[in-house]
Design a protein around this ligand. Structure first.
Ligand code: LLP
Length: 419
């Protein structure tokens, strides 16, 4: 459920009619709903009611906007971060350092040191050399790094290949077969407190089966590690739960996920960590855009909108589907391709899709754009960086400015040795 609803034929974000934001801020613009964000945070937490010891760390890569993070910090959420930049953002947004988990396959030594200096709660180690480096850095600072070892359970998440992470051939984690030896060596290092394991098999998962298979493997590994004398107190189950993008999509609910987790992990006696991203933020945002032109095509017309692949990259990158609806639908429908102004055929949001009939000057939105939307935006084609707005009831605020193409250009220089 979200708070983007039609009232008197006009799409609103909570109590704000979207045409007002378009008029005052311009388009394209991302619009987030605070009430939806808070609801999703609550629903996910409620879904884990049967998990006795838990910590939820929002995967901030999906929406690192400071305003969004502050809302989640107030909901008691920590952060899963994957870079020094994300780490500083989580802290700036008010997340407690000890509630931060540092994931990521290529952390630099400087980033590991930053994590220690900031006092974060946990490092998710991706391979042995990283663990050795972390131990050395911690020792030099006379500190102890709390860490878990990310394992690759070798299950097929059944999602898009570019966002699958838990197959043996993917770059993430250490093979579950070699995990006990590596864990044993790292656990012996001064400076490192190896307290458990982590896994994350992919994103936009639409079935619980691969997650359950992966968690069962993790459970067996916990038992093996304990049998080898290790104290295992934490298991990080990652994120990955899918959301509905199409009106008839029916991914597992947070409640179903929570029930499965509680069942599979009931005898583990650990603190479980969760790193949800999309399921929290996906449906909390839309990308508001204006129709620039409707151009006849060989088969169907092209609806050319002022948002493009640089603003919302998912369709171009993963052939992702985002629902496209008019802000003031007339009730008529048309079959059209929805495209942006960027000079690539890949700048296509929808091909030959039945959509609300629109014409030049109309406003429309791409739904389910709150996760992996603005954060993946670029300025390709020297377009401005898309702004973000957070709505709260009958008020809203720009939580990220539009960065004009001219501002980007001002940060460049022409060498004076080119005449
Ligand atoms: N934990 C780790 C270690 C991750 O790598 C990810 C996502 C998450 C948690 C959060 O996963 P979620 O709950 O959001 O599925 N840009 C792609 C998605 C990339 C996901 C990367 N990792 C997209 O737009 O679909």
């Amino acid at each position: 459920m979200d708070h983007f609803q039609y009232r008197d034929g006009v799409l609103h974000a909570e109590d704000i009619p979207l045409p007002r934001i378009a008029e005052e801020i311009g388009t394209p613009v991302y619009v987030y709903s605070r009430a939806t964000l808070e609801r999703h945070a609550q629903v996910f937490r409620d879904a884990l009611k049967d998990v006795p010891k838990k910590h939820i760390a929002f995967a901030i890569k999906c929406n690192p906007n400071l305003g969004v993070l502050r809302v989640l910090a107030r909901q008691g959420y920590g952060a899963d971060v994957v870079s020094g930049g994300e780490l500083e953002r989580a802290i700036a947004a008010g997340m407690a350092a000890e509630d931060i988990v540092f994931s990521g396959v290529g952390k630099t030594r400087a980033e590991l040191a930053l994590g220690l200096d900031r006092g974060i709660g946990q490092f998710n180690i991706e391979h042995e050399a990283e663990g050795v480096a972390l131990a050395q850095i911690a020792l030099a600072k006379e500190m102890t790094a709390r860490a878990v070892l990310r394992v690759n359970p070798d299950v097929d998440a059944g999602t898009h290949a570019k966002i699958s992470t838990g197959k043996a051939e993917n770059k993430f984690g250490v093979g579950i077969d070699v995990a006990p030896e590596i864990f044993g060596r790292l656990a012996g290092l001064p400076g490192l407190q190896m307290r458990g394991i982590a896994l994350h098999i992919g994103s936009q998962l639409t079935s619980l089966d691969p997650l359950e298979a992966a968690f069962e493997r993790a459970g067996r590994l916990v038992a093996d590690l304990r049998a080898a004398g290790h104290s295992i107190t934490h298991v990080d189950l990652g994120g990955g739960l899918g959301v509905p993008y199409r009106p008839d999509d029916n991914p597992p609910s947070p409640a179903e996920y929570g029930a499965m987790v509680a069942r599979v992990t009931k005898d583990w006696d650990v603190t479980l960590l969760f790193e949800p991203g999309r399921v929290i933020a996906g449906n909390t945002g839309v990308l508001l855009t204006e129709v620039l032109w409707v151009k006849p095509g060989a088969t169907n017309p092209f609806v050319i909108v002022d948002a493009a692949m640089n603003d919302l990259a998912r369709p171009a990158l993963y052939d992702a589907y985002h629902d496209f609806v008019a802000v003031k639908p007339t009730g008529d429908k048309m079959t059209a391709s929805i495209v942006g102004p960027v000079c690539e055929t890949g700048d296509t949001f929808a091909r030959d899709r039945l959509v609300d009939a629109v014409e030049a000057g109309d406003l429309a939105v791409f739904r389910t754009a709150g996760a992996y939307g603005a954060t993946m935006a670029s300025t390709y084609n020297s377009r401005s960086l898309v702004p973000e707005v957070l709505v709260d009831g009958d008020r809203y605020i720009v939580v990220a400015d539009r960065i004009a193409a001219g501002t980007i250009m001002a940060a460049e220089r022409v060498p004076d040795w080119i005449d």
